[in-house]
Design a protein around this ligand. Structure first.
Ligand SMILES: NC(=O)c1ccc[n+]([C@@H]2O[C@H](COP(=O)([O-])OP(=O)(O)OC[C@H]3O[C@@H](n4cnc5c(N)ncnc54)[C@H](O)[C@@H]3O)[C@@H](O)[C@H]2O)c1
Length: 316
């Protein structure tokens, strides 16, 4: 039997591939990635994300869909896994409104498969990638983990369901599970559908930038290195059996201000195309990160002004 340690689902994606970079660097134990190179955005981008991983002797890629229980079961029987970092998902709020069923199948059904097989194979540690979107529009900023959840998109509802399943598995099977609520993550390799990447691309190509609503909506943008810092600390965390923890930057910026900063970094003027607000969109996200600081020693170090410059350098 082969030796194994970490299983990263969604390890070809934006956050997953950065996590794999870090794991291979800091803990070059055997590492298994499951990803189906979903076409939510170009699978070629994901191939590019993992290009440098493929030659690493510890790295093993399994191209599989987390909905495929039997394929996952085979993987778990062939590999010795100690820790699962579950990031595979249908991401994106807006597309989930028109395709709720697929989101449910991947994000709820697939998550159940991962938890169930982790449990059956005696794996005690799972880190789950959840989302700030589950707070919904009514939470009082900055959002605390104990705020009531009011998801307003199918995507958000599936992430809330994933957290509930994680709680159930932790309770029933004595598994140590950390659910991390990521607040809009950006940086090199950022998903092309997300603000910052999308806006920067449109501004650079002198194309109209669709701004939904009046641009006053606020986001807490978190630089990828800070998110990876929080995930690594969650892997090491073991003081309590189940935790839900925000990972944000803890400051917000309006969409209008974001565009101004991108204009400055790119040296280009944006052509704004005002559009009505989109169903499912949150008016603001804002993380209270005191729990992450306390439990994980989490300390975000990249303010959005600096992160935007780094992103633009990467994009150029
Ligand atoms: N990027 C953000 O701002 C953000 C915010 C909150 C939560 N999250 C969550 O973090 C995780 C990673 O997000 P990301 O931005 O890196 O997205 P991403 O789309 O770049 O990565 C997700 C990966 O999962 C894979 N995947 C999708 N469906 C799959 C399936 N059925 N089987 C196997 N693999 C599958 C995709 O191919 C992709 O490589 C997701 O769970 C997402 O919901 C991200």
């Amino acid at each position: 039997m082969k030796k194994g340690r970490y299983l990263v689902t969604g390890g070809a994606g934006f956050i997953g591939s950065h996590l794999v970079d870090r794991l291979l660097l800091e803990d070059p134990a055997r590492l298994v990635v499951v990803d189906n190179f979903d076409d939510f955005y170009s699978p070629q981008i994901k191939r590019g994300n993992i290009a440098s991983h493929l030659s690493h002797p510890s790295y093993h890629l399994v191209e599989a869909d987390i909905r495929d229980y039997n394929k996952l079961k085979q993987l778990f029987s062939e590999e010795v896994i100690e820790t699962v970092i579950h990031l595979a998902a249908k991401a994106g709020v807006r597309p989930s409104v028109s395709d709720p069923r697929t989101y449910q199948e991947v994000n709820v059904g697939g998550t159940l498969n991962v938890l169930d097989l982790a449990q059956r194979n005696g794996i005690k540690k799972v880190v789950f990638g959840s989302s700030s979107s589950i707070y919904g529009p009514t939470a009082t900023p900055p959002f605390r983990e104990d705020a009531p959840l009011n998801p307003i998109s199918p995507y958000a509802a599936t992430k809330a369901a994933g957290e509930l399943l994680a709680h159930t598995y932790s309770h029933l099977y004595d598994m140590q599970i950390v659910c991390l609520r990521f607040f809009t993550v950006y940086g090199p390799r950022q998903r092309p559908d997300l603000a910052i990447h999308k806006f920067a691309r449109l501004i650079a190509s002198h194309s109209p930038v669709p701004v939904y609503g009046d641009g006053s909506s606020e986001r807490d943008f978190t630089y990828i290195d800070d998110i990876i810092q929080g995930i690594m600390a969650s892997i090491a965390y073991e003081a309590t059996p189940f935790e839900v923890i925000n990972l944000g930057e803890s400051r917000t910026i309006t969409v209008n201000r974001l565009i101004e900063q991108l204009e400055a970094a790119l040296g280009e003027k944006a052509i704004i195309d005002r559009q009505p607000s989109q169903p499912g969109d949150m008016p603001r996200t804002h993380a209270d990160i005191s729990k992450a600081r306390r439990l994980l020693g989490y300390k975000p170090t990249t303010a959005v002004e600096d992160g935007i410059k780094k992103f633009v350098d990467w994009m150029k």
